[in-house]
Design a protein around this ligand. Structure first.
Ligand code: 13P
Length: 249
């Protein structure tokens, strides 16, 4: 399975940051990594980001509405993101679940909207620190898969993003053993529901991935790529992560 290295710029970036995307694209053209490379900038930058990417890397959105259009002030549909040039959409990021009250059902509806528009989805799941300390991390993630991952996930290319909330933007990551344990648990959940097709879904690890830990994280079995926040904002950091993709992934 081809790994996916995805950068989530969150609410960072205006025009002056576009050269970072151009620099990543130029590097990818030279190094031709054996992975899909994606940057998800704020939606205001998508069209210009596609130009900067020059066909070398994919550009995606960070969220979408579940409806095609309508009286939903401030919302953007998957069809609109597609028209702007997005090939992917992240849905269910914990920052949307936490700060915008997105439930599993809402995330599932958004994932279906992504596929309705003909785009690929990264559906995010992950436990809080309190849930992990209580010994509930596996159950929480299984419940999130059951509630927010619809049947279309097995179409070629889609991904689950496992992002423990306590690892996001903190510099703390789970141990490699913990990452491996969770990723194989997620794989089991996918296979239990979708059989052998569940093996085709990429499971990305996200949460404080950086050039220093990327090689070890990406080498963990069942880690099919990374979802990178802060370290995707600078081309030099993101390129360094791309360079750490192990040959066997
Ligand atoms: P950091 O890499 O900054 O921890 O962010 C992870 C994340 O939330 C990516 O979606």
């Amino acid at each position: 399975m081809r790994p996916l290295i995805a950068g989530n710029w969150k609410m960072h970036g205006t025009g002056p940051q576009l050269p970072e995307i151009a620099a990543i694209a130029a590097r990818v053209r030279v190094t031709a990594p054996t992975a899909d490379i994606l940057i998800c900038p704020p939606s205001t930058l998508i069209t210009r980001a596609v130009q900067a990417a020059a066909g070398q890397i994919a550009i995606g959105g960070q969220n979408c509405a579940s409806e095609v259009s309508g009286a939903f002030t401030g919302d953007v549909s998957a069809e609109m993101l597609k028209e702007a040039g997005a090939a992917w959409v992240i849905v269910g990021h914990s920052e949307r679940r936490q700060h915008h009250g997105e439930t599993d059902a809402m995330v599932g509806a958004k994932a279906k909207a992504v596929w309705r528009a003909g785009l690929l989805a990264i559906i995010c799941i992950g436990e809080t620190d309190a849930q992990r300390r209580a010994g509930n991390a596996l159950t929480v993630c299984a419940d999130q898969i059951a509630g927010s991952v619809p049947d279309g996930i097995t179409a070629v290319g889609n991904a689950i993003g496992y992002e423990p909330l306590w690892a996001i933007g903190t510099g703390h990551t789970p141990s490699l053993e913990e990452i491996g344990h969770m990723h194989s648990h997620i794989r089991q959940c996918l296979v239990a529901r979708w059989g052998s097709q569940g093996r085709e879904v990429r499971i990305l690890y996200g949460g404080s991935v950086n050039p220093t830990n990327a090689r070890a994280v990406l080498a963990v079995p069942e880690v099919g790529g990374a979802l990178v926040g802060g370290a995707s904002l600078k081309a030099t950091d993101f390129e360094a992560i791309i360079n750490k993709i192990p040959a066997h992934v």
